[in-house]
Ligand binder design. Sequence first.
Ligand code: AGP
Length: 603
Amino acid sequence: MVIAGLRRLEYRGYDSAGVAVQTRGADGQWLLATDKRAGKLVNLEKSLAETPLAAGTTGIGHTRWATHGGPTDANAHPHLDDHRKVAVVHNGIIENFAKLRADLADRGHTLRSETDTEVVAHLLAEAYDGDLAGAMRAVCRRLDGAFTLVAVHADAPGTVVGARRNSPLVVGVGDGENFLASDVAAFIAHTREAIELGQDQVVELRPDGVTVTNFDGTPAEVREYHVDWDASAAEKGGYDYFMLKEIAEQPKAVADTLLGRIGTDGRLTLDELRIPDQVLREVDKVVIVACGTAFHAGMIAKYAIEHWTRIPCEVEVASEFRYRDPILDDRTLVVAISQSGETMDTLMALRHAREQGAKVLAICNTNGSTIPRESDAVLYTHAGPEVAVASTKAFLTQLVACYLVALYLGQVRGTKWGDEITSVIRELGDAPRQVEQVLGTMEPVRALARSLADARSVLFLGRHVGYPVALEGALKLKELAYMHAEGFAAGELKHGPIALIEEGLPVVVVVPSPRGRSILHDKIVSNIQEIRARGARTIVIAEEGDEAVVPYADHLIRIPATPTLLQPLVSTVPLQVFACELATAKGHEVDQPRNLAKSVTVE
Ligand code: AGP
């Protein structure tokens, strides 16, 4: 039953998996039987087929999307305490695990994995005094970060305890049996009656009942509901497509990528970025290599890196990079951006860079994949698995990671003062709310997309960081709606492409803020007038309060006001929704567009 549940959750993460079952030993004593394997779930299933676990009616399981520690057998969940009395599985990030880990080691515990999760198993074993839910509450009060935890104890047969903070956990209420899972997909085959858990709550499951308390021990208010999805829809969280789910997950993905990046002293701490600060101080050029959407993220990163650090920054499509005989040496920092971490073009580019003596930093969303493994350092995005081929939440988290790298370089090299960095981080911290706000106003964008289902072509214009956003919007439309779409630097239009403008041609224009760099804003308003005068149907993305664009916008899409460099975090979202809806209107299979693959592992 647990394995079947994991199969339904495997899309959420699949770099290792494990189970723990309560069973009786030969002497009648209760114990935990466990098995866990790196790799896809099928590896665990093979192991269980060869050496089955003893029978049991209470168990937990986990399929992992690694954050701390690569995908190995040792790092796979469940994690156990020294005496194998407690087994725990975890989703999320425990920000203060390093201190907790050190204290446990000081108290004589032996930690056998690189994960943050393992500390919880040892803490639960210490806190357990016959009441597992009480032990869970006590431990959760000591944890910082975002987490879902589920645990069993050999001395508490028939009991499963879970806890959640800023990470999903839902209860399935059966007849004489109860379930816990990250989402209903895992148990929908057994029951559609569910209980949604609130923030900072602990749930105790027994075959005959469910008890929910707050971390402080007081009884918790919970909401029971009936799940009306079918199993396959449940995997998509009730959305018709993974892409829609992943667009909706962007606020959380951005927030998770920012988690744990600021030390108690207010300085940036990028713990996986294992390039010595002194080496970063001597860097005299940054070269970003990536493909497709990741390349567009790199183009935006260039503006931030050059503005905040004054280091020259080049951006190159990975497939061109090594064939142009680039000038690289040991003072070049190459940044390889890749969601999958397996894109062959990008991998070959970073191998070439390392052969030339450059330092390579990977920005990647897939722990333990090839690109981070072959780089000198890595900064992981925490978007969670991105299943849809068209990249959305990975793109926004790549931007966040690029901003963090630029700020870190500024911090290390002293070109950005602490208070300047803190203020940008604070503005970044506002991005999840702003993305959420944009997502809440997308109905007119979906209606517009449906009205353009028969358009032959759509152009996208932008200036400054809006130019890569225009390219990204065009790419989304190409790969989803299979129609001609092209992005331009708005200033470049008059040098030829304006000949494409004809009556009724839809042109999307990403308008920079009128605050700050108003010269850019005024020029792009002129560009909108130029194309409208020639019959274009103008679709204008502009920040709230920007009234100058109103007379020239056939369709006006408002986004929240943001600092210039951070605007792509909000201006990209309407373009994702537009492309997805237009493709849906054309009846296309949105998650797996024709001719494409999620990870292009050939050159
Ligand atoms: C973007 O929507 C596409 N799926 C594609 O351009 C993708 O961004 C590119 O193939 C790079 O993939 P990576 O980030 O996994 O390296």
